[in-house]
Write a protein that binds this ligand. Structure first.
Ligand SMILES: O=c1ccn([C@@H]2O[C@H](COP(=O)(O)OP(=O)(O)O[C@H]3O[C@H](CO)[C@@H](O)[C@H](O)[C@H]3O)[C@@H](O)[C@H]2O)c(=O)[nH]1
Length: 469
């Protein structure tokens, strides 16, 4: 009989990859475990997950990827970005009875699982796991500050409902810099909405869970971690155990042969600014034009990942090939040839950030992108787009101080002048020195946390050890 640990990720790349890496890390602490990663089929584009899964399954035989049967599941959603968070929370609910059946089969065939670790978006499965007496943990793939905000919802609900319509105020969460209301995650604006209610329910279950693993390290956000551990977020609930086990940084693609890496080889050290906006970041056509103008005027070398604009509010497949002649200003590619490279759809981001020629990163502030940049010692310009990214910008700029803020108009539009100014500021040897120095310090903290005797390594080792008995 094998000892198993069950992991239940949300299907998007930004959630799947860190969960898989977590499974691999658990194996380094106890190679006799078998890791089962439950895969669900999402009705939205999840990037190149199948080839990624195939690659990991071949390279790491102790990690298994059973697909939960879809049965008669038919999600009642379209894929517009507005209800994406609702969809992410609701999809696992549709799988609950199939999950229950699959777990019962596993339990009868093998020994009882040592633990299950579920993604925040899989909150609706919490009761399925606990009803079968499986110790259930959460893996929170973002930072401790936003975790503090979510855990605090039962406590802050009233204040949030009263203040979230006022754009000139801010909300206090334990251990977090004051968050201006416009920077709250979108669901926090509608306290009657399904997405908000899902976060609220998640906070309640997280407090009851066996613990919360977060992809951060203590040194990045000591105040938030302490506030959660001291029970300040959950005054009328149990205080959950928090395990900071990050930063977990993984390479999600087969990078080595990508043309952009060869191009980077020919650029001077730390001279290139990289622009890339996560697994779902899309811009309208007018914004792409403005970005091109700003980059050209900045005079700096750049590597820019460009995708098609969204079609009429729908999140169009990022796999569709963009036509650069139509999307970018006339002659842009020719005029910037040599000092700029546009990559269509997807670049091997981890490899790019780790390349010596890259000296700056314009990012949408997804947490994995931030950790990847910090680990590669690359300072950032923060251009948040969706999800909790505006909140992350406050953390990056005000608390950790590894990024410069980009000012957008109320509509979210960023002018060419603003992008030009921030790219110059970031890449300039004098004005960019503050964030560069700080990112160096944070890189060292991250390395120490994951190294021998480091806080993140010890936290995970102790947790895995506790499952051995
Ligand atoms: O061209 C690309 C674009 C993305 N990536 C990778 O895709 C991942 C993207 O992850 P992340 O930066 O976290 O962004 P999202 O995919 O948008 O992640 C979701 O999940 C994160 C973790 O919970 C949240 O912080 C984000 O706001 C949420 O949108 C990273 O590993 C990138 O390296 C590439 O390799 N190439």
């Amino acid at each position: 009989m094998e000892d198993t640990v069950i992991l239940y990720p949300s299907p998007g790349m930004g959630h799947l990859v860190p969960m898989v890496e977590l499974g691999k890390l658990i194996l380094t602490h106890n190679p006799s475990f078998s890791i089962i990663i439950l895969i669900t089929t999402a009705p939205f584009d999840t990037g190149s997950t199948s080839s990624y899964i195939k690659r990991i399954a071949t390279a790491t035989p102790s990690v298994h990827f059973p697909h939960l049967p879809t049965g008669n599941i038919s999600p009642p959603f379209t894929t517009s970005s507005d209800n994406f968070i609702e969809l992410a929370f609701e999809l696992p609910r549709l799988y609950n009875s199939n999950l229950h059946h699959a777990l019962q089969t596993m339990i009868s065939q093998k020994s009882r699982p040592k633990a299950s670790i579920i993604d925040m978006f899989c909150n609706s499965s919490f009761e399925v796991f606990t009803s079968l007496d499986i110790p259930t943990y959460y893996f929170f793939t973002s930072n401790a500050c936003i975790l503090s905000a979510i855990l605090s919802l039962p406590k802050t609900h009233q204040i949030l409902s009263e203040k979230n319509k006022d754009p000139n105020t801010s909300i206090e969460f334990p251990g977090v810099p004051p968050i201006p209301t416009p920077d709250l995650p979108m669901p926090f604006f509608d306290t009657e909405g399904l997405a908000y209610k899902s976060f609220f329910g998640t906070a309640i279950n997280m407090a009851k869970s066996a613990g919360i693993l977060t992809n951060t390290c203590h040194a990045f956000e000591p105040r938030a971690v302490k506030a959660i551990s001291d029970g300040l977020c959950t005054p009328n609930l149990l205080t959950p155990s928090v395990y900071c086990i990050g930063p977990i940084v993984a390479n999600s693609g087969e990078a080595h042969e990508h043309e952009c890496l060869r191009w980077l080889d020919s650029q001077p050290s730390r001279s290139v600014v990289f622009l890339c906006f996560g697994s779902m970041g899309l811009f309208k056509a007018e914004q792409l034009t403005e970005m091109a103008i700003g980059l050209e005027k900045s005079g700096h070398r750049f590597l820019w990942v460009v995708r098609n604009p969204p079609a009429d509010g729908e999140t169009k497949s990022i796999l569709a090939e963009p036509d650069l002649d139509v999307l970018l200003p006339n002659g842009f590619v020719d005029r910037t040839r040599g000092r700029g490279l546009v990559v269509k759809k997807w670049a091997p981001q981890v490899a790019v950030l780790s390349h010596d020629s890259v000296g700056g990163f314009v990012t949408h502030c997804g947490w994995n992108s931030i950790l990847e940049a910090v680990s590669a010692e690359v300072p950032m310009v923060a251009w948040p787009l969706y999800s909790e990214q505006r909140f992350n910008r406050v953390l990056l700029v005000e608390e950790v101080k590894v990024a410069l803020a980009l000012e957008e108009l109320e509509s979210g539009f960023v002018s060419a002048d603003e992008l030009e100014k921030r790219v110059r500021e970031l890449m300039d040897s004098v004005s960019g020195e503050g964030v560069r120095e700080r990112v160096r310090e944070m890189r060292d903290c991250a390395k120490a946390a994951r190294g021998d005797g480091g806080s993140s390594r010890v936290a995970l080792a102790e947790l895995v050890e506790s499952w051995n008995s």
